[in-house]
Design a protein around this ligand. Structure first.
Ligand SMILES: [Mn+2]
Length: 424
């Protein structure tokens, strides 16, 4: 389904007066309110194709109904998110779940919603029907050269699909590792993985980037071959200038200082992008900002400071993506909340008085340092984010629109109750 502009205009008309009051108060109290709104309008986040259906656990899955049944419907759903928020102008595909039958038509469909194709994702963490060799004991790290080559060939195929769609990056997340001590020779596993990644890197088009995503544990529970940012940084450094580390917020051990990791990777020019989500325990795939909003703000604060120090473009110089898959919420509502949380944290980071913070740091005035950050974090910037949506022609209140216009009900009517998105 497509959201028509007139229904958004009708929705906004109802909320216009309250929003105007909210924004004029913010303009009076925040010196650069309009400049922040412009930055929020420009900021875009990619939606992964696998977040559009209800997620599951190994215990069960409870379908929401009206879920996208194919690639075209996934593109429609991201088009819907983009129409309602103005901040989701890209979709990230996963191969083999999203193989386009006709790349030209797929590209045209996406463009009709104002969407482009973000990073392509390969999959060597599960076996596909008819696959010659198994990834049970890893893919790029595998002791058998033929398995490693199969994983390389799959990634080359993913790059080709991406080229056809106009994508410019490949994300490689490997589940490779071991479940028991002694199972793996760590150095050999690293070398095998590096050699495999080098073959993929060689096939990368000139204007592409490859993101090496790390994860501390799961599905392997003793060692992971790309287990943390240090290991990812090693691979990315050895591969070359087109290789970067990708930070997925849920892929750290508990209490990791992610903001510091981000600051150092940025400093070294090796931070490629982000996967947003939140967690209480591990890789819980909860909505970004739902558990630890202050951490999200601190991460954005480092990103803004670090990117400004390097003269980077906030919107285009890093890859921004949500990576979550929800069990108990409507997936589209969850993504609307995610986009909102990301923009709120970004807006708060833009509020930080950098000069005052640098002066307080130089004086070892720890109390003032903390106050400067918390002043920004405790500012209610929701009116700025809503103003950005209004300016972009999107909905002041996306979830309000979604519910009042019975979007899920219409999707169920169109697609049925039992549809399951591919890959879930
Ligand atoms: Mn991820």
């Amino acid at each position: 389904m497509r959201v028509d502009n007139s229904s958004i205009a009708a929705h906004n008309e109802k909320g216009a007066k309250a929003q105007q009051q909210r924004f004029s108060f913010l303009q009076d109290t925040i010196p650069n309110a309009s400049a922040i709104v412009d930055k929020l309008v420009a900021f875009q986040v990619a939606i992964p194709s696998w977040a559009l259906g209800t997620g599951g656990t190994r215990f069960g899955r409870f379908s929401e109904g009206g879920e996208p049944r194919n690639l075209e419907e996934k593109i429609e759903d991201v088009g819907l998110l983009h129409a309602l928020t103005g901040s989701a102008n890209a979709i990230s595909l996963h191969i083999p779940w999203d193989i386009p039958k006709d790349a030209v038509a797929t590209k045209q469909l996406a463009a009709s919603f104002g969407l482009r194709f973000d990073a392509m994702n390969s999959n060597t963490f599960q076996d596909q029907a008819g696959q010659a060799l198994s990834y049970k004991f890893g893919s790029m790290q595998h002791v058998n050269k033929a398995v490693r080559q199969q994983a390389v060939d799959h990634n080359l195929e993913v790059i080709q699909y991406g080229k056809d769609l106009g994508s410019q990056s490949l994300t490689v997340w490997l589940s490779d590792g071991s479940c028991f001590p002694g199972q793996l020779n760590f150095r050999q596993a690293f070398q095998n993985t590096l050699e495999s990644l080098q073959k993929v890197y060689k096939a990368l088009p000139e204007d592409w980037k490859v993101f090496v995503e790390y994860k501390a544990f799961e599905p392997n529970f003793y060692s992971t071959t790309v287990g943390d940012w240090g290991q990812s940084y090693l691979y990315a450094s050895k591969l070359g200038p087109k290789a970067y580390t990708l930070v997925d917020l849920g892929h750290h051990l508990p209490n990791a200082n992610i903001e510091q990791i981000v600051a150092l990777l940025l400093m070294e020019g090796k931070l490629g992008g982000f996967h947003f989500n939140d967690s209480k325990y591990g890789d819980d795939d909860l909505t970004v900002g739902s558990i630890k909003p202050y951490q999200l703000f601190l991460i954005f604060s480092e990103l803004v400071e670090g990117m400004d120090a390097k003269g980077m473009n906030h919107t285009t110089d890093l890859g921004w993506m949500i990576d979550a898959s929800h069990n108990v919420k409507d997936p589209l509502e969850d993504l609307l909340q995610s986009l909102d949380a990301i923009l709120i944290a970004y807006a708060q980071a833009l509020l930080v008085d950098r000069k005052a913070l640098a002066a307080a740091q130089a004086n070892n005035d720890v109390t003032t340092c903390q106050n400067i950050l918390q002043d920004a974090f405790r500012t209610d910037v929701r009116g700025l984010v809503a103003q950005a949506r209004l300016k972009a022609g999107a909905a002041i209140d996306p979830i309000g629109y979604f519910r009042n216009n019975s979007v899920r009900g219409n999707l169920i009517k169109e697609r049925g109750k039992g549809g399951v998105a591919t890959g879930l």
